[in-house]
Write a protein that binds this ligand. Structure first.
Ligand SMILES: [Fe+2]
Length: 397
């Protein structure tokens, strides 16, 4: 785990009148974007990873605030890089904490919930790898990430693993904060408790992990749902969003284009999984590498890639279009059981056409480079290199 010192205090910048942004490092994925709504009742959206709460404090100081001065803390969802700081926050602030109704009760002891999450991710590793050495490499990586967190909270004297949410929000709630009205919509899929706060009348939406520069993890076995993820994205695509502020990565130039491109990327990946299964049986690891490139295996994005592709396979299984071959449990392979394959390269041509339609090539290179490879880039050297480089730099959400 990286240890951050106060020699590298994050920048904090005003990105709209009374709205500030800072980027706080964390060990699991790209740094957390923390948004600060500055009124006479200062509010933040998410508080980041527990060990880097001090960095948020230092960033707040740059604009005359502090954790103590915060009055409202809004959580988009219960993932470790968004909410684990809440385990220790109560000793620094009396701010009200907000989150989706039912989230805190379902999570219970946050440390225990992380152990459950870790086991879930390890199940995917076992499903994907028949070879013991490959499994061991991935399991060691998993232990390194989650183990560091568990060790740190165990050693923290003032850590309370029970996260208490003061205001349990439901879809449609609006709260008033220092003259601004903050609305909430329920946007499940990446995580079942995911909410998208927004500032009424301003078109500013804090979209958490829904719309990232790369595809979010959607882990069907734990807290994700691919069809809900798509529905949440489709809902966002119809909203009058002027500023789409994600929890990781850059703010997209065009919110609507970013959402639509993500939806198309998902569709292309899904078609690629189906096409490859139609060609022959595959296991999860093979499908991940074929869809996202060989280098994803050595990257911290690998678990996220396993989760999203596994969700796509499970969708095909639930639709009766694929079956699980339990030839060496828990390792699995998958076989196409749907309609007979199309003529040889029809699927690839379709993928190529869709990608060309998303954004013209010259614009795509400028503005849409973060999106994951939808299979077809295997025939496009430049684009493939770019996507794989991005994947290498990504970790898990
Ligand atoms: Fe997340």
């Amino acid at each position: 785990m990286k240890v951050h010192t106060y020699d590298s205090v994050p920048e904090i910048k005003e990105i709209a009148p009374g709205l500030f942004h800072t980027s706080i490092p964390q060990p699991f994925y790209a740094p957390n974007n923390i948004y600060v709504i500055v009124t006479d009742e200062p509010a933040v959206i998410d508080t980041g990873y527990i060990q880097n709460l001090g960095l948020l404090q230092q960033a707040l100081k740059k604009i005359g605030l502090s954790l103590k001065k915060l009055r409202h803390i809004i959580y988009t969802h219960d993932h470790i890089d968004h909410i684990s700081a809440a385990m220790t926050l109560r000793q620094y602030t009396d701010a009200k904490m907000y989150g989706m109704a039912g989230m805190a009760a379902a999570v219970g002891n946050f440390t225990d919930s992380i152990l459950i999450y870790q086991r879930g991710m390890n199940r995917l590793v076992y499903k994907a790898h028949r070879d013991a050495e490959s499994r061991r490499i991935e399991l060691v990586k998993s232990e390194k990430g989650w183990g560091a967190f568990l060790k740190s909270v165990k050693q923290g004297a003032k850590v309370n693993p029970i996260i208490h949410i003061d205001v349990e929000l439901v879809e449609g709630d609006v709260i008033e904060i220092g003259g601004k009205e903050i609305g909430f919509i329920h946007t499940p899929g990446h995580n079942r408790w995911h909410m998208t706060p927004y500032i009424l009348g301003e078109g500013i939406y804090f979209t958490g992990d829904l719309v990232l520069e790369n595809i979010s993890s959607v882990y069907a076995d734990i807290d994700g749902d691919l069809s809900l993820y798509r529905k949440s994205l489709e809902r966002l695509s119809r909203l009058p969003i002027k500023r789409l502020l994600p929890s990781h990565g850059r703010e997209p130039e065009s919110p609507q284009r970013a959402i639509k491109l993500l939806l198309k990327t998902l569709a292309i990946l899904e078609r690629g999984v189906a096409r490859r299964l139609k060609e022959k049986d595959h296991d999860l690891s093979e499908l991940v590498l074929a869809s996202m490139g060989e280098k994803v295996k050595g990257s911290d994005y690998y678990n996220t890639a396993l989760a999203i592709i596994h969700s796509m396979i499970m969708k095909l299984v639930s639709q009766g279009q694929a079956e699980i071959l339990e030839i060496d449990p828990p390792y699995e392979r998958y076989r196409w059981t749907g309609p007979a394959p199309d003529i040889s390269d029809a699927g690839q041509k379709d993928e190529q056409t869709v990608k060309s339609q998303i954004v013209p090539e010259k614009n795509r290179r400028k503005k849409t480079k973060p999106h994951t490879e939808p299979g077809i880039t295997q025939r496009r050297g430049d684009a493939r290199k770019k996507v794989k480089k991005q994947l290498k730099n990504k970790n898990k959400t």
